[in-house]
Design a protein. Sequence first.
Length: 119
Amino acid sequence: MLLNLIPKVFYADIRVGLDLFTRGLGFKLLHQDPTISVLGRDGVKVYLMENAELAAQDRPELAIETDDIDAVHAEVLARAPDLLHPNCPVVALRPWGAREFALLDATTVCVVFRQWPAA
């Protein structure tokens, strides 16, 4: 019955978010008007909104689960290595059992990629 949970991320300058998700993560712009930018890739979507007041209140950490973290990391490394999070720039096994790496934009929005071990 439930299909997707789609985060809404606010930016004072929406160009920062567009850069993170298009250049950094390979998302495509699906819709854009003065109020919202909808981006998506492989069935994952994010809504970006330009609102400085709301952006100042929250810089979210988003997680995207994948079944091929090494391929995603290689894409990011080739496309936008400057966006790799300084504390988690390589795929590493975390204490909770998942392999992860992360990206961080100039406003400190963080996107974590995570792959859990096969059951």
